[in-house]
Write a new protein. Structure first.
Lengths: 713, 207
């Protein structure tokens, strides 16, 4: 943001200059004199008790300042609650007891004066354990599934349960999604610096500076104002930075112990064990329809894993309740506790898991009915939300289906699978729908108009990459007419006015509304000052400030939605179209063309919005074809915990991606008429690929990822 | 005089070793002063002389005369000792490309290089690609085509992209995709990155 004059277009990213020059600073890159380095020592067992930690050799190693563990850690005020677990957000208390709940759980942290010395000394720490039997195999433990305590996850029934079983046309199928790992490019960690005994500053990798501030404050029982969290740039999150992880608390504890700043950057393999993942999921879907293709029953049952020490839940079956017109719907969702680190929402979260099953099943039903998959969806289109019996704030999916079908060349698709060829390759077309709650929460922002003609906006929002600052600057520009190059939006600082975490596709809607409200208030204030000082109400703010001899004028406001949130169901929608080529000899699947259509209200920042849809398609392609975190159940360890063996898409995997937006403002959700897009960009995508593979080959793959062995099996 | 490996008790730290070792005896230190030296961490300062080696290296045109441990990677030297944090650590295993720099003009994963392997060499990082406040054509093209989101892989992508064009591997989108596949972007900006590289290549501008 230092030199916006270098930006060629108003729609360029406001932080583009910093990002392409290497000036953007991520948490591990702040220079604090005297910084020491922390390295975690992982448990080598999966369940049991620590019987001893031999840290003598490590303590004697050069440059080592401390080996911190449950045996010697300083007092952590929030730990002394009398409960075994249950510091803020029910988080595992690190270095608290001798209990081990998953493989790789940190048993100690070595702190040394250089990174290399800390890495070496960590290899010298030897833990001894009393091992206990553990469970990491999801499918073997399905019978231990339990209903989550969260009432939002309760079973749902509309009409008659399992009505599909009485339908003229029925399909019943099971779908499996393996564990996936977020793997943002930036490694997780924290840089912790106690300024005094009860005051701390951290540089964090977080999707919510206020959330991180709250967790640290309650864990160490500090006043909020004594915890400063900075997180201006975040190198990707995809959900994994939506909470403060125990490893961050470990670094803060260690910093207290050595009384020096501690920097912890975990390793790529630790990203698989200590910073969450998308849980393994098993789903059963039953669909019933009459001969004309009218759905008469939807049954959707889902199971996902969680940790033994904490419950994680997400919305896997929600889409089945309202997406299609069926008088009878029943859903259940259960969780299976395993000896793994606790999962966390991963882009699209549960909705993406659920959409893979429902949208695959919809394709299977269309095939059974010998109907075009789009025609089948249009036949069961809902004009109002059948779950909550109220209208949608806006929904333009019929138009979106047409737009996408035309772009991908849907007319070239043959409804009969396995009949379209290009040389030795089988060609298939597939589509799917995605949907995610479009919410507007509560946020505050500060706006300062200055006599030099600039506007400074501040809010404690976060940006993991979608272009938050760029969107906010454009919203302010639209309200005040100030050139984009004269507007700065600052975020990632816990001392700014409160904003929610960046998750659930809500930032643009929530923080954007606050920015819009603040700018409108500034506009009104300037107009009032103008009139009072004898200027025209439409006088320029610079002239008004000068006339009043003021260097600046500022407004801080909170903004939130009103009654409209109860009157309407608000959702963002997407449709994904893919063309695949499948080699019948090798089983290789190449996605050769992608068209993603977004129906998410008005598009505020076209360039970054397009990129977000492109990125979701790339993530969805990984989910469909390559991503799987593989556990060796003999040891309870992940075997492919690196980028060579956990395959995220690379350049060579990605074809041209066309993005189309319906771009019609939602009349109710917020002042901009804009709905969130981060999740819908990915939700449903994997089903579009599976459906295209079926269209190409006649093979229905119900277990992701769709690897060549499954095509050839 | 040589110090044999078997003289060092397993898992014992250097301080114990130095306290017992023949090295100090040879230097005519009495046991008392030796223990005192150990307490004051003089042993570590002394050991540094043996542990570190000199390294002359040019980074972004600036000559450095350094004294580094042989186990320090080029990536960690740049980030932790020279405060050049534009080069990113994404995996430390040469699997993601976030740490790509140019060594004497060739693109290399700096996490797979020990710093001391680069005696006399010239390193270019993202900070040295352009002059102050004037963007390199590839940097400008990345902004124009929005070739990034979070920005973390971006310096590596750009260093790799510049090399890709210089190598003559930017002749088509397919070729660019192949020769850029060592640089992972988890945000999924790939099509935009390819567009940026293709445009720079087609413009014929000197990179």
């Amino acid at each position: 943001m230092r030199d916006k004059s270098l930006l060629k277009e108003d729609t360029d990213r406001v932080d583009g200059f910093d990002k392409v020059t290497g000036r953007a600073k991520y948490f591990a890159e702040y220079q604090i004199p005297g910084t020491t380095y922390g390295v975690l020592v992982p448990s080598t067992i999966t369940k049991g008790k620590i019987t001893g930690i031999d840290s003598k050799a490590a303590e004697r190693a050069p440059g080592v300042l401390a080996v911190v563990s449950h045996l010697n850690r300083p007092v952590v005020a929030g730990y002394e609650t009398g409960k075994d677990q249950g510091v803020p957000n029910n988080m595992m208390k690190i270095f608290y007891t001798d209990q081990i709940s998953f493989n790789g759980q940190p048993i100690a942290m070595v702190v040394a004066d250089t990174y290399e010395r800390a890495v070496y000394a960590a290899t010298l720490v030897k833990g001894t354990y009393a091992k206990e039997a553990f469970e990491t195999d999801f499918e073997k433990n399905l019978s231990k599934a339990k209903a989550p305590k969260n009432p939002a996850q309760a079973s749902y029934l509309r009409g008659t349960a399992d009505a599909y079983k009485n339908a003229a046309v029925q399909i019943e199928a099971s779908y499996t999604l393996p564990t996936e790992t977020h793997n943002p490019m930036e490694l997780h960690g924290i840089l912790a610096n106690w300024e005094s005994a009860d005051k701390i500053t951290v540089y964090a990798k977080t999707q919510g500076v206020k959330a991180t501030q709250g967790t640290i404050a309650s864990t160490f029982k500090l006043p909020l104002t004594n915890v400063q969290v900075n997180s201006e740039f975040v190198g990707g999150g995809f959900g994994m930075a939506l909470r403060t992880w125990p490893l961050e608390i470990a670094a803060i504890i260690a910093a207290k112990q050595v009384n020096k700043p501690v920097k912890l950057v975990i390793t790529r393999d630790q990203m698989f064990t200590l910073a969450g993942h998308r849980p393994y999921a098993f789903q059963k879907v039953g669909l019933g329809a009459d001969k004309d293709g009218q759905l008469t029953g939807i049954t959707h049952e889902a199971w996902g894993h969680t940790a033994t020490y904490e419950d994680f839940t997400e919305n896997v079956v929600s889409m089945s309740k309202f997406m299609y017109n069926s008088a009878n719907v029943n859903t259940t969702y259960k969780i299976v506790p395993l000896n793994v680190g606790v999962p966390i929402w991963m882009r699209g979260p549960g909705e993406a898991t659920g959409a893979f099953a429902l949208e695959s099943a919809m394709d299977e039903m269309a095939h059974s009915l010998d109907m075009d998959p789009i025609a089948f969806r249009v036949k069961n289109y809902t004009e109002e939300d059948p779950e909550k019996s109220r209208p949608y704030s806006s929904k333009n999916l019929k138009e979106a289906y047409k737009m996408g079908a035309e772009k991908i060349g849907w007319s070239k698709r043959n409804n009969k699978p396995g009949t379209n060829k290009d040389g030795n390759w089988l060609v298939g077309y597939g589509m799917s729908t995605g949907v995610f709650n479009a919410s507007r929460g509560r946020a505050s922002a500060k706006g300062i108009l200055k006599s030099d003609g600039t506007l400074l906006l501040q809010s404690a929002a976060s940006d993991i990459g979608p272009g938050t600052g760029t969107g906010m600057v454009q919203i302010a520009h639209e309200v005040l007419g100030i050139p984009v190059s004269k507007i700065t939006f600052e975020l990632g600082d816990s001392s700014f006015p409160t904003a929610p975490s960046q998750g659930g596709s809500a930032t643009l809607s929530t923080v954007g509304s606050a920015v819009s409200d603040v700018c409108n208030a500034l506009k009104a204030k300037i107009a009032e000052m103008a009139t009072q000082s004898g200027l025209s109400a439409s006088a320029k703010f610079v002239d008004v400030l000068k006339k009043n001899n003021l260097p600046s004028v500022e407004v801080t406001m909170e903004s939130k939605g009103g009654e409209e949130q109860k009157k309407y169901s608000m959702y963002s929608f997407s449709i994904h179209f893919v063309q695949v080529k499948v080699n019948p000899l090798t089983g290789v699947v190449k996605v050769s063309k992608i068209v993603s259509v977004g129906d998410s209200g008005r598009i505020v920042s076209p360039k970054t919005a397009r990129s977000q849809m492109v990125g979701g398609a790339v993530g969805g392609l990984g989910m469909a074809l390559t991503e799987e975190t593989v556990m060796d159940h003999r040891f309870g360890r992940y075997v492919n915990n690196n980028f060579a063996d956990y395959h995220v898409p690379v350049h060579a995997d990605i074809p041209e991606i066309e993005v189309v937006f319906v771009n019609k403002p939602d009349p109710y959700i917020n002042p901009m008429g804009a709905k969130g897009m981060g999740e819908i960009a990915l939700i449903g995508f994997s089903a579009a690929v599976a459906n295209a593979v079926f269209n190409a080959t006649g093979k229905r793959i119900r277990t992701l990822p769709i690897t060549p062995d499954k095509i050839l099996a | 005089m040589s110090v044999k490996e078997e003289n060092i008790p397993e898992n014992e730290g250097r301080r114990d070793f130095l306290k017992q070792g023949t090295l100090f005896t040879a230097l005519a230190l009495t046991p008392v002063s030796l223990l005192k030296a150990a307490d004051q961490k003089a042993d570590e300062k002394f050991a540094e002389l043996f542990e570190k080696v000199s390294l002359r290296i040019k980074v972004n045109g600036k000559a450095h005369e350094l004294f580094v441990e042989p186990r320090v990677t080029l990536l960690d030297l740049l980030r932790e000792q020279l405060a050049l944090t534009g080069t990113k650590k994404g995996c430390d295993h040469g699997q993601c490309g976030a740490c790509t720099v140019h060594i004497d003009g060739t693109r290399v994963n700096s996490c797979l290089q020990l710093a001391v392997m680069n005696e006399g060499k010239e390193i270019t990082t993202i900070e040295g690609l352009a002059n102050e406040d004037v963007l390199h054509p590839m940097q400008a093209a990345f902004i124009k085509h929005d070739g990034f989101q979070c920005g973390y892989c971006t310096p590596g992508q750009i260093m790799s992209a510049v090399a890709c064009v210089r190598e003559g591997h930017a002749g088509s989108k397919g070729e660019i995709r192949e020769y850029m596949s060592g640089n992972i972007c988890r945000c999924g900006a790939y099509p935009n990155i390819v567009d940026a590289i293709e445009e720079v290549h087609k413009s014929g501008v000197q990179v």
